[in-house]
Design a binder for this molecule. Sequence first.
Ligand code: Z5A
Length: 207
Amino acid sequence: MSEAKFITLEGGEGVGKTTNLQFIEHYLASRKIEFIRTREPGGTPAGEAIRNLLLGLEGLGPEAELLLVFAARAQHVDQVIRPALAAGSWVVSDRFTDASYAYQGGGRGLDPAAIGFLENWVQKGLHPDLTLLLDAPVEIGLARAKRRGGPADRFELEVPVFFTKVRQAYLERAECYPERIKVIDAARPLAEVQADIARHLDALRPS
Ligand code: Z5A
């Protein structure tokens, strides 16, 4: 099979990452491509424990939030992502470092240089081959997330302007890395969104 690829899914609240991950899983399985599905924060026992802190602990400052995200990522990269890729398995992750630039950089206003330092230190040159950025106006994502129901976490309790900054930061990342980050208009019907996702996945595979 082809060289293993590292794919990440990004986007703001309620844009459809979980929904479209199922589509990607089906796409890869039907082509007999071996893969693992994982997520951030999370993906390891330590990472899942850190996720619970990040989503639930009151009073976390922006710097503490950023360091926790990267603590989880360090475990994830070393224990899950690198070993899977080395074994020839594709890796599909629900969020990765672009989320830190968007949420901690854009949303919380932290210096991107600090994020870049941690990125280099923790990832040691590892970057996704393809990032699918699901983009929709904030009000659409929030309305979808609300319809889905369930208790709100620390991020979901943020004000709309926070999510506007997150969206803006994601779009700026996409402008900086157009080869890797593909922006998909996620406000459209699911079939159209998934046709675009399939097109990008097709382009990733050798002909
Ligand atoms: N975080 C961070 O701050 N820094 C970091 O570095 C990282 C993460 C890695 C947890 O993320 C939080 O971690 C996240 C940022 C922070 N907080 N927030 N917000 P998460 O990914 O676990 O949580 P999430 O962003 O809240 O994801 P979500 O709520 O699960 O949303 P989603 O997966 O994008 O959406 P969905 O569940 O697939 O879809 C929502 C609903 O919309 C659902 O009913 C679908 O059926 C519907 N849907 C989806 N697509 C469509 C279309 N095209 N049309 C109509 N309806 C649709």
